[in-house]
Ligand binder design. Structure first.
Ligand SMILES: [Zn+2]
Length: 277
């Protein structure tokens, strides 16, 4: 989306705008969010949003002349002692700096925020009346996951098809655990890897949980305990819906502050599972 303002934002202005929406203080203690590379004084006229900081999205950012690549996932997740271009992550850092493109991460701070990643997933699936699965004590409306209602009760099989149609297509597809004829209306979503939070979603009365990265025993144990049905989508697909939402919010905030900026969303599927035999 393109919008007209009168002045050029600096990277510091854009980082501030992102962090007003997605407070880095709300990120999990194990997370690595914020500015990865870039000069806060540099001008930012074009921003690209992507789920993953990988070669394909860095290519897209540089080819499109983006001054900032804003990704959901961190590039440097564990502490490093080198960003030499001989390492995969270091090579991306070098390419970004050479191309004049900053890299900023909004990860678990975007997961838990209002109008964050789980809200975007809930909206994509048509849920209404949503509340957090695990509410934030400090920030009303924020917290982990979302639970809400579909417009009508449908079978689990029909719901899974609607999930497939609502999210980006991936080779992973949509996996279902539970009786296909089970009526479902109350739906919990846990964007990204939700395996550790199935019990919390069960406690808020969900008929079905939509998440990703579920392991064999986690799924079996959930069903054996009488937990909700499970719909497992590609991790990428569960988080991509946040990109257009964040782009719209960020663009609106920057334009309201008088900045001329263009905010675009990557549509490259960066799910690592690319085929199914
Ligand atoms: Zn994720």
């Amino acid at each position: 989306m393109t919008a007209q303002g009168t002045t050029t934002a600096t990277l510091a202005d854009v980082v501030d705008a992102v962090h007003r929406r997605y407070d880095p203080a709300a990120a999990a203690s194990w997370d690595a969010v914020g500015l990865v590379c870039g000069d806060p004084a540099a001008p930012v006229r074009r921003i690209l949003l992507a789920v993953d900081p990988v070669g394909a999205t860095v290519d897209e950012a540089l080819a499109s002349g983006a001054d900032l690549l804003l990704t959901h996932h961190p590039l440097l997740f564990t502490p490093v002692t080198s960003v030499a271009a001989s390492t995969p992550a270091g090579a991306l850092v070098h390419r970004l700096i050479r191309g004049g493109c900053a890299l900023l991460t909004a990860h678990t701070n975007a997961d838990v925020a209002r109008e964050g990643v789980s809200d975007a997933l809930a909206d994509a699936l048509g849920l209404t009346g949503t509340t957090a699965v695990v509410p934030s004590a400090a920030n009303p409306g924020a917290g982990l996951g979302r639970v809400g209602e579909l417009a009508a009760t449908v079978t689990l099989a029909a719901f899974a098809e609607s999930v497939r149609d609502a999210l980006p297509r991936t080779a992973h597809g949509v996996r279902v655990a539970g009786d296909p004829d089970l009526p479902v209306r109350r739906v919990a979503v846990l964007s990204g890897s939700g395996g550790d939070d199935l019990a919390a979603a069960s406690l808020v009365g969900a008929d079905v949980i939509v998440t990703s990265d579920l392991k064999h025993h986690v799924a079996l144990d959930n069903l054996a305990a009488g937990g909700p049905a499970l719909v497992d989508v590609a991790h990428f697909a569960s988080e991509w819906p946040w990109l257009p939402l964040a782009a719209r919010l960020l663009s609106g905030d920057l334009v309201a502050a008088g900045f001329a900026v263009e905010v675009a969303v990557s549509e490259i599927v960066t799910d690592p599972w690319t085929a199914r035999a």
